[in-house]
Write a protein that binds this ligand. Structure first.
Ligand SMILES: [Zn+2]
Length: 110
């Protein structure tokens, strides 16, 4: 089982591709396509055509594109690196994700 447990608002580490080594926040996950939108990762340039009627200035804009989940790992603040996550069942039956290295829980505010 290699599927990373990546969800919206997670902090992730990019382990492959041109953004290798970057970290960012997950803005959206597309489980059907196995891709995620990560803040500042997978930037592609968009050329904007000037449109006077909409007061839009032309130019180049950078926008995130979805990157495959297989390139991402959860970022553990304790380990300060990308790590694998393990599922863990808590005493009250809820499942959480913990760092496979140091055991810190990734879920917050629940
Ligand atoms: Zn850790």
């Amino acid at each position: 089982m290699t599927a990373p447990f990546i969800r919206k608002n997670d902090q992730v580490y990019v382990r492959q591709g041109k953004d290798k080594g970057k970290t960012g926040k997950v803005l959206a996950v597309d489980p059907d396509k196995g891709r995620a939108l990560v803040e500042g990762v997978g930037l592609v340039k968009h050329f904007i055509r000037p449109d006077r009627s909409k007061n839009v200035q032309g130019g180049i804009m950078e926008k995130e594109s979805k990157v495959p989940l297989s390139r991402l790992m959860l970022y553990c603040p304790e380990c300060a690196q990308g790590v694998r996550a393990r599922a863990k069942k808590l005493g009250d039956g809820t499942r959480t994700r913990v760092c496979a290295k140091c055991g810190v829980a990734f879920e917050t505010g629940k």
